[in-house]
Design a protein around this ligand. Structure first.
Ligand code: ATP
Ligand code: MG
Ligand code: FE
Length: 347
């Protein structure tokens, strides 16, 4: 099956062509970072306007790079939530229009399902995690731990009670006067810093549950800066490394605890923070000691992109039931679960 996937939930406009839920024929991403950078975060109204401007060109480029035409596409899939409602609507209405015009099914999929299963793309069979695996989403809006038993089968074990991990990176970067988005900048600074320079708290350091909290850690960084001023040079790198180590320690400890409790020796990190080099290094080191295999999608598939919808889109599109109306709508707070799929089929 040849599927065109569209993602516009936040500030990336993306379209991809995926064959059989596995092979990425193209994955075009138009980032809006320059649009939002001077505001230090995503401005929803500007995001939806940029999607409107970019989406047609992004889809044309995705088709061109894949060497296919719209008439070759067997089905369309689009992120229908969670995300910014104005941003989501641009992708959804575009996907519906394409499905209607070409008389092909169009399906709405959950952005988080995309993050959780992106690791199944493009890898040889032996390098892909088998089900079940513990799936940890660490992104700009989420820090969730799931048991992933199969495509569409998830059990939530815990999540953040306040800020998401990526949000903590972005907010700490902002208070250090670093550019948006902050995660990648902190990662770079931390590479030459001492992670033991400052002892920041490891919030929710307990094996009793799988919930997280990152707002107190952010406050601890703020208090450090208020007391000592914004550091420069080596001291800035040390602060970045110390903050990053606190986040990574909690994520890795909890994730491995989930593997142990549920007797699942496979762990997948996904979402933008899964690009983080310390998270990648420390999780592999610690997991190896415990006999757990860790899997990461390549960084370009961890941050928002349309290709990540490929495996889950193929799975739902293969299921022929339930294509009844053009009722696909945006759901800004869409939870992960079985009844999420709004589907619609051609004329
Ligand atoms: P959600 O998926 O929850 O709706 P989102 O789509 O905005 O949120 P993603 O695109 O998955 O989030 O991830 C973006 C986040 O990842 C940002 O907070 C960014 O700072 C963070 N991030 C990206 N690269 C790195 C890195 N190398 N280290 C740490 N954080 C990173
Ligand atoms: Mg983004
Ligand atoms: Fe995301």
């Amino acid at each position: 099956m040849l599927v065109l996937t569209i993602e516009s939930s936040c500030d990336e406009t993306s379209a991809a062509v995926i064959r059989d839920g596995r092979a990425i024929l193209s994955n075009i991403i138009a980032s809006q970072i320059p649009v939002h950078q001077r505001y230090g975060g995503v401005v929803p109204e500007l995001a939806s306007r940029s999607h409107v401007v970019d989406i047609t060109g992004v889809i044309e480029e995705a088709l061109g790079t894949a060497g296919v035409e719209l008439k070759d596409i067997d089905g369309f899939a689009v992120t229908s939530g969670p995300g910014l409602v104005g941003s989501l609507l641009v992708g959804i209405e575009t996907a519906k229009a394409l499905g209607f015009a070409h008389d092909k099914p169009c399906i709405g999929v959950n952005h988080l399902e995309g993050h959780l299963t992106a690791v199944l793309l493009d890898l040889p069979e032996l390098e892909r995690p088998a089900f079940p695996y513990i799936g940890v989403i660490v992104s700009g809006g989420h820090t969730d731990v799931y048991v992933v038993r199969g495509l569409g089968e998830y059990e939530l074990l815990g999540r953040t009670r306040d800020d998401a991990a990526g949000e903590a990176f972005d907010k700490v970067a902002k208070l250090l006067g670093l550019p948006y988005p902050g995660g990648v900048v902190i990662d770079q600074l931390a590479s030459t810093g001492n992670p033991e320079a400052i002892e920041f708290p490891r919030p929710m350091w307990t094996r009793k549950h799988f919930d997280f909290s990152f707002s107190g850690l952010k406050t601890a960084v703020l208090q450090h800066v208020e007391a000592n001023g914004i550091p420069e040079g080596q001291a800035l790198s040390d602060l970045a490394a110390s903050f990053q180590a606190a986040v990574v320690d909690v994520l890795v400890m909890k994730a491995l605890e989930a593997c142990k409790k549920h007797k699942v020796p496979r762990l997948v990190f996904s979402g933008g923070v899964a690009c983080n080099s310390a998270l990648r290094r420390v999780s592999v080191e610690e997991a190896t000691k415990k006999g757990v295999s860790v899997y990461f999608a390549p960084p370009r598939l961890c941050t928002d992109n349309a290709a990540m919808l490929g495996p889950i889109a193929e799975h739902y599109l293969q299921d022929e039931t339930g294509f009844d109306a053009w009722d696909l709508e945006a759901d800004a707070n869409m939870p992960l679960g079985k009844s999420l799929r709004a589907k619609s089929k051609g004329r």
